[in-house]
Ligand binder design. Structure first.
Ligand code: 5GP
Ligand code: MN
Length: 334
């Protein structure tokens, strides 16, 4: 954040306000960690914050402090729209284009309150009064930590705020393995651990929350995996029928795409998940090294994200989507 932006943010926060904090649709650990971390911080500054999520969050995040206070737009559109209209300031966290909130975009576009975007994805849209966008950070949670420091309020970071921010730093860094895991990341996390953050228990809450059905679904996904060794690519598909068979609940497919990259020599992995309710195939892409999946997702599958992790969707059938993917892969040099 530059000095102008810090000054503007300081004056926006100078008197108590009703503030909406918004994560992207299908919020992950970083989206919820950053929104809840900022929520607890703004409470300490005597504001009246409210986290409004476009849709529900997965069960493995339901332990997060104040997750029970999150208002879900899709569960009550009329009331949430009124709440949004009352807010005097809007933070949008962990996304950089309003369409990432789904249908909620139509409401957000009508609001007159100033927007503050804090995000680490590539190619931000220009909708905010303050755009703090930086792809060099591995998580939005790290940028919330920076924002608190820019405001000279680091002493307000307590175990609750730190727990939220730790969660997003952990999940978006692939448990401290991805390339943006710098010394700074470890130094920030060290401060959080000194504050009492339960760094050995949180990964259990996040990653060892499996149901038997979820593991069976994972087994099926791994059996469905196809490998295209000549293009260093692997992909997984899951049909709606298979999701029903294993009593799919939100969050069950989280992280499965990463298995594709664990095969020796594979640098590009995808997962195709059929969603008949929404009439789409939801796709996740992962890569290792220089192959830019943000670019690939944007160009071919109406999506986006980061260089090594992105997502998109297809309106076509699952079979046609996969055929198209195979044709694309056959024609790129990976
Ligand atoms: P995931 O595959 O875990 O859902 O998402 C990987 C990354 O890509 C995340 O940073 C996520 O925000 C982004 N992403 C996922 N789906 C989409 C999409 O449909 N559009 C855009 N622009 N980004 C996406
Ligand atoms: Mn993120």
């Amino acid at each position: 954040m530059n000095n102008n932006q810090i000054n503007t943010l300081q004056s926006l926060l100078a008197s108590p306000k009703k503030i909406a904090i918004i994560p992207h649709r299908n919020p992950d650990g970083d989206a919820l960690g950053s929104t809840l971390g900022l929520y607890h911080f703004l409470l300490k500054l005597n504001h009246e914050p409210i986290v409004i999520a476009p849709n529900d969050f997965p069960d493995f995040l339901a332990w997060m402090p104040a997750s029970d206070k999150i208002v879900v737009y899709e569960n009550n559109k009329a009331t949430t729209t009124e709440l949004l209209k009352e807010c005097e300031l809007i933070f949008t966290l962990d996304f950089n284009a309003l369409h990432r909130t789904g249908e909620m975009e139509n409401v957000l576009k009508t609001l007159t309150a100033p927007f503050v975007m804090i995000d680490h994805h590539q190619m931000p849209d220009d909708f905010a009064t303050i755009t703090y966008s930086d792809t060099s950070f591995g998580s939005t949670c790290q940028m919330i930590y920076n924002t608190i420091c820019f405001l000279n309020k680091k002493e307000l970071i307590d175990i609750t705020i730190a727990t939220c921010l730790y969660t997003g730093i952990l999940t978006d860094s692939g448990s401290f393995r991805f390339p943006k895991t710098t010394g700074d990341v470890h130094r920030i996390v060290a401060e959080f651990i000194d504050l009492g953050v339960k760094n050995t228990e949180i990964p259990t809450l996040l990653f060892d929350n499996n149901s038997y059905d979820r593991l069976q679904l994972l087994g099926r996904a791994l059996q469905n995996m196809k490998v295209i060794p000549e293009h260093k690519t692997s992909y997984i598909s899951l049909s709606q029928k298979e999701l029903y068979e294993f009593h799919y609940v939100k969050g069950d497919t989280e992280g499965i795409v990463n298995y594709g990259l664990t095969i020796k020599g594979i640098v590009f992995a995808a997962i195709f998940i059929e969603n008949k309710d929404e009439g789409i195939v939801k796709i996740s892409f992962r890569s290792q090294g220089d192959f830019d999946v943000n670019e690939f997702a944007r160009t071919h599958f109406s999506g986006g994200g980061h260089i090594n992790a992105a997502g998109g969707k297809s309106m076509d059938t699952l079979a046609n989507t996969i055929t198209r993917f195979e044709e694309l892969v056959a024609n790129i040099n990976i």
